[in-house]
Write a protein of this length. Structure first.
Length: 429
């Protein structure tokens, strides 16, 4: 972050103007440094939803919303999706560089040998109703990790931070798969160390003790790439939740559990589940105009799920990659005529020809096609956001560690614009 010589001059009520430094990033918007504002003027800034606010400095991910560009540690998402595996990307997000062959082998071996859960954690699933939403189970199970792992909690110690990162990245697939198995009453499948990260996850999701499960390599590659597309995304709502929770020095498992809770919302990571339900409700291309009209009607709470984004005001590069993954998977499964995929393509075409969406720069986001491809792979709708959380955990942990190591960071404690009842006394009894 470079403090430029440029200043923002603020004059309030004709008083003596104050100068505020302008910070110039490597990429993206220049920022007015307002940290001294309250001290100099007694005034706060107001920015509900943080539309115009940079909450931190970061070196991990950059999004150019106008150009539809997403960079992880400087690498374009398109190149990472084409050339790297998810664990390469996990290593990159945490350590800042792609692993060399030796680093990759060491990292993969560590992840493979930490995929099992403590048997007492496994018993916790029994406390949930079978029909619990799997995201509720994930919030509970990931938070419960902090009840089992106490030793690695001196986060000034890099070894402890690495133990926490490796442990949670390794165990998330097991936790997610067990949540699914529990919901359908099938026995848990324990991890297989002979399989890759994505293949092992599919084994734990779809395998049974009755026969050996060999995951389809095309689907494994598709899932591994889906993990990469979801790995990190700047200071979105759930990542900001993880950072805010971590700023109090809460342990990383509790912070990730908080992030999972935030991601669950249909305006955020829950949109893929909501999008598939929306497509199933629309049902047929003939009904698309009715739903486009509803999406534009301010009196109708309906929104086109999987459309729009706070940052992307052009296409979401992940949506384009996801559309291709979707086509590849449907072709492999001989489902090219999948009605939902055809409906989604037609809905996108019609929406992007409509002035309402064009003027507001509303395009498909990462959640628009991800539900279709996951459904085709046999993943139930209720599990879509769990897959999102599984992948995003590497980004959350990288962002948590960056916040811990930031010498400027303080406990996050925003102020407010109080619009309640003026001061008053309790009436005499
Ligand atoms: C994710 O932040 C991230 O990076 C998130 C994420 C990540 O990787 O972490 O990318 C993952 O959460 C993707 C977004 C998934 N959510 C959805 O698909 C839900 C549907 N989308 C909308 O709810 C909305 O677009 C948001 C929440 C995504 C963005 O909302 P903003 O930035 O607050 O935009 P807005 O609500 O102010 O909308 C601007 C205008 C409004 O109309 P006007 O008031 O200007 O007339 O666009 C309209 C909105 O009504 N609008 C939509 C719409 N999205 C915005 N109208 C119809 N359908 C939509 N989907």
């Amino acid at each position: 972050m470079m403090t430029s010589t440029r200043k923002a001059i603020l004059t309030i009520d004709g008083q003596e103007p104050i100068e505020l430094p302008i910070l110039e990033p490597v990429h993206g918007h220049d920022c007015i440094d307002i940290r001294a504002l309250a001290g100099k003027t007694g005034l706060f800034t107001y920015d509900s939803g943080f539309v115009s606010t940079a909450s931190c400095s970061s070196k991990i991910t950059y999004i150019d919303g106008e150009r539809g560009e997403l960079l992880y540690r400087g690498y374009p998402i398109e190149q990472l999706a084409a050339k790297c595996e998810f664990l390469d990307v996990a290593y990159l997000l945490k350590h800042g560089e792609l692993p060399d062959a030796g680093q990759k082998k060491t990292f993969v071996d560590i992840i493979k040998t930490h995929t099992m859960l403590h048997e007492q954690i496994v018993r916790l699933y029994q406390g949930f109703r079978r029909d619990s939403h799997p995201m509720a189970v994930m919030v509970g199970m990931v938070g419960a990790l902090s009840a089992f792992y106490h030793e690695a909690w001196d986060f000034s110690d890099e070894t402890h931070r690495n133990i926490s990162f490796n442990r949670i990245v390794a165990k998330l697939p097991t936790i997610v798969a067990m949540a699914y198995k529990y919901s359908i009453g099938e026995p848990f499948m324990y991890p297989r160390n002979d399989l890759s990260y994505a293949a092992n996850f599919m084994h734990m999701m779809f395998g049974t003790p009755c026969e050996r499960y060999e995951p389809n390599p095309v689907l494994v590659h598709a899932l591994d790439t889906i993990f990469t597309l979801h790995a990190d995304h700047e200071q979105n709502a759930s990542t900001s939740t993880v950072r805010l929770a971590g700023s109090s020095r809460a342990n990383p498992y509790a912070c990730i559990s908080a992030g999972i809770g935030c991601l669950w919302g249909p305006a955020h990571g829950g949109a893929n589940e909501a999008c598939l339900k929306m497509l199933e409700e629309i049902g047929d291309v003939s009904r698309v105009p009715e739903y486009i009209r509803r999406a534009k009607d301010k009196n109708d709470p309906f929104r086109l799920m999987g459309f729009g984004h706070r940052v992307y005001k052009n296409f979401d590069p992940r949506a384009r990659l996801m559309q291709k993954i979707c086509a590849d998977v449907l072709r492999e499964l001989e489902l090219e005529d999948d009605p939902l995929f055809k409906l989604a393509l037609e809905l996108e075409r019609i929406a992007l020809e409509d002035d309402y969406f064009v003027k507001r720069k509303l395009y498909p986001n990462v959640d628009y096609y991800s539900g279709i491809v996951q459904k085709a792979m046999g993943i139930p709708t209720s599990m879509f956001t769990c897959i999102f959380a599984l992948a995003r955990t590497v980004g959350w942990m990288a962002q948590w560690e960056e916040m811990i190591l930031d010498s400027e960071h303080k406990i996050g404690r925003p102020r407010q614009l109080y619009i309640g009842v003026p001061r008053r006394d309790v009436p005499p009894s």
